[in-house]
Design a protein around this ligand. Sequence first.
Ligand code: GLN
Length: 192
Amino acid sequence: MRVGVLALQGAFREHIMTLEALGVAAVAVRKTEQLGGLNALIIPGGESTAIGKLMAAYGFYDAIRQQHGAGMAVWGTCAGAILMAERIIDALPDQQPLRLMDIDVRRNAYGRQVDSFEADLDFKHLSGGPFRGVFIRAPWIERVGPGVEVLAVHQGQIVAARGTGVMATTFHPELTGDPRVHRFFIDEVVGS
Ligand code: GLN
């Protein structure tokens, strides 16, 4: 099992550390050639406009779509969830989603007043009690398509979901030191 973490901008190091703690080989992906042979790719949180610009500059849009079509699972956290979506609500004019997952995601959904917060989440299929969600200028998921399962809801808004070979979380599971969401992705989404 080899999992890549897109390492153009944002919180990629923490994902790599969490994967390594689980005994999973993790690769910091900076070039499209590194996608070959990966079972999965994590697109981290950060700034979706910056990550998207760098992805476009280095040819990642086509390369990620191609590898995903060949079986590479993809998980986006926060900015990564925005980039995976079918549609970005409140996108900047030149911001393009990868359209890997049948979800619509609203950027900066919580606005300025409560733009960052933590909350205990009831995350479906995880045992061991609530999962601490760290939300940083987070989006939420406003629509899920027919093949998408909702995994967590916070105050009426969808904050985690999965489909076949895809998962999106609008919070940052790599910042809590709790590896259960990473474990779930490896065991249940990769190869699905
Ligand atoms: N607000 C950021 C964006 O629009 C996402 C923040 C995050 O990834 N923590 O890309």
